[in-house]
Ligand binder design. Structure first.
Ligand code: G3H
Ligand code: ZN
Length: 295
């Protein structure tokens, strides 16, 4: 068993206490490999912003759980070396079983998501309670989801997937969860059409429950959208797809620049790193996270 504190990581409690007071959001960026982790950490150090580094179960399989743990520890040391000891949380994104959540807690994650959003609410409550008990015993924070954020422009626009205030309240009261992902009109992946965000629903949810609200599917919104959702009570913004695409585009550009010459692996990864770092910095600005440094 590795405790996250021994890796220099933090859970999300202090981050959110400060963000809620300041009316801004903490960014949660997904990573799968070293260059992505470095791009995120370098951008956060330059803006002196706290960060949630998140890992999906797919990324965990891809990168290997032991390597990931060392990468997270490396992220903490890398930030210090770059000159700023920013708070870094290592979070399991969209965990789907109790066993996976516990395994991550034992490997040094400081936060886990248990996503039972496609289960009947009673089952979602039951599995969340079980994960909360295991996580809280180790000081690890827990995110759950009520309502359902769908994928790629499909079902998130249907009325019944938006989170209702009643459900969110019941869920919060019965689970003791630390943060709640809510469905307010975003979807995962590339938008096929402009999302219809329910800003008023965020305000209502924020007034009804006293824990941080999380927005999944954070890629591809406008600067104004990010400012508005943060102002109304979204405290964690998950951002992945458009960052991955920015990295891919930078690599593609590098290949095209090579004009027929063979492109070299390291220089392509370096281009991907720069592309991702740039979009991360830009979005930290939109989320207002730099306010972390203001008194
Ligand atoms: O859990 C991860 C996110 O919700 C990311 O969504 O890929 O649409 O930015 P995105
Ligand atoms: Zn998500």
């Amino acid at each position: 068993m590795v405790n996250y504190k021994d890796l220099g990581l933090v859970n999300t409690r202090e981050m959110f206490a400060k963000a809620i007071k300041g009316g801004y959001a903490i960014p949660a960026f997904n990573f799968n490999n070293m260059e992505q982790m470095q791009a995120i950490v370098a951008a956060c150090v330059e803006t002196k912003s706290p960060v949630i580094l998140q890992v999906s179960s797919g990324a965990r399989k891809y990168a290997n759980q032991t390597i990931l743990r060392y990468m997270a520890q490396g992220a903490v040391e890398y930030a210090k070396e770059l000159g700023c000891n920013i708070p870094i949380c290592l979070h399991l994104d969209h965990g789907d079983t109790y066993e996976l959540s516990v395994s991550c807690i034992e490997m040094g994650f400081s936060s886990v998501m248990i996503d039972g959003s496609e289960l009947p609410i009673e089952e979602n409550i039951a599995i969340t309670k079980k994960v909360v008990a295991a996580a809280h015993a180790c000081g690890v924070s827990v995110e759950a989801e009520i309502g359902h954020v769908g994928g790629r422009g499909d079902d998130a626009v249907k009325e019944d997937v938006y989170t209702t205030v009643e459900e969110a309240k019941t869920f919060y009261e019965q689970t003791d969860v630390d943060m709640l992902a809510v469905s307010i009109g975003t979807t995962h992946g590339v938008y096929l059409k402009k999302p219809e965000l329910k800003f008023d629903r965020i305000t209502e949810l924020n007034e009804a429950i006293p824990i941080p609200l999380v927005m999944h599917g954070g890629s591809g919104l406008t600067k104004e959208d990010y400012i508005e959702v943060s102002k109304r009570g979204i405290s964690k913004i998950n951002f992945a797809t458009y960052m991955f695409l920015a990295g891919g585009q930078a690599i593609e550009d590098k290949v095209n620049d090579a004009a027929g010459k063979k492109a070299e692996f390291n220089s392509l990864l370096k281009a991907g790193f720069e592309g991702q770092k740039q979009i991360v910095k830009e979005h930290i600005g939109y989320f207002g996270t730099e306010k972390w440094n203001k008194k």
